[in-house]
Ligand binder design. Sequence first.
Ligand SMILES: [Zn+2]
Length: 385
Amino acid sequence: MERLLTRPLVANLGNFDGGASPVTSVYLGLESATEARKTVLLRFKDLVSEHADRLFADRSHAEKAAIRADIDKVNNFLATLPKVDMSGLAIFSCSDKNFFETIGMPDPFRPQLIVSRRPAVAPLVAALEDYKRIAVCIVDRRNARLYEYFTGRMEEISAFSDDVPGRTKVAGWAGWQESRIARSVERREVIHLKNAAEVLFEQFRLRGFDWLFLAVRPELREPFENVLHTHVRDRLKGFIEATMVTPADEVRTKTMALAEKLKNDEDLALVTRVIETASAAGPAVAGLQKTLEALNLAAVSTLVVRAGASKKGVFCSNCGLLGIKRADCSSCGRAVSQADNIIHVAEEAAMAQGATIRHLKRPSPLDDYDGIGALTRFPVKNGTV
Ligand SMILES: [Zn+2]
């Protein structure tokens, strides 16, 4: 089945070199994760017929045969998919080298069919920026359970108990005995919390999660936060309500809801920063034209794009210059190529200049600026587009 997206996996894919053999990269977006297999196949067929002319133009017989073999393989894969539980599918095939990889994502990809020498991993790299790896830690007086959440999936990575006596009332012969027992329980609780914090730090070093969510009763919150390692505490982003007996799927649902809320807050803060900085003539741009200018100057550090945004444009396949409308490249003078969606080309360009890409899933004020903007390394004056 599809593999879970990780940075090493994307790096590995990106390093695959087909040499003389073409590599076919397919991105599919399904409207829902439960879409019928038949619909998925139809979508792929549409994608192929839409791109057929361009795919097979100027190719040798061997290359054409290799691309056809890739398309057959993808077709077979989709036709025998046991269950579609992801809305986004990425498939890479190089039949000549017997290379075939698939990756599923909870959000749909923009449908794309690309044939090149290497797997086209740009949309995957962008997706990595969009998702946080989240540690979810449930702690009570004697137990701790740790989950890892990423791209809609969650798995338990650690669970343990410490021997802490229950808080039974001791009918004692003197008040001091009761308080002595209470103190000993508290000491053991602290040891337990420290153990839990230790496990968290260990997993943080192993897995490098971005965010930490805690499920902990109010009276344990402060004592637990106090024993967290600084690096771990820095990643604490919020709290969910859950106990040791909460079903994993419920923990997952709550984690997903909080993650989406935080992501949305972050996105809105980023959009506000882009628009305000751009209108103050600082290091940011908003709108398609200004963003393309910034990309042409290799000035973009973070590209912000509304998911699904689409605009026509032009690009120079010789020197890479991007534009909205012109016949010839203003840099090298060659005739430019038309792009059905210049935003996709802009994303590739941003990736090539080492920028991060952030996709906005929800409406935001950036929608009034063609759904595209960027933080830049320096203020961009009027220029090249
Ligand atoms: Zn050019």
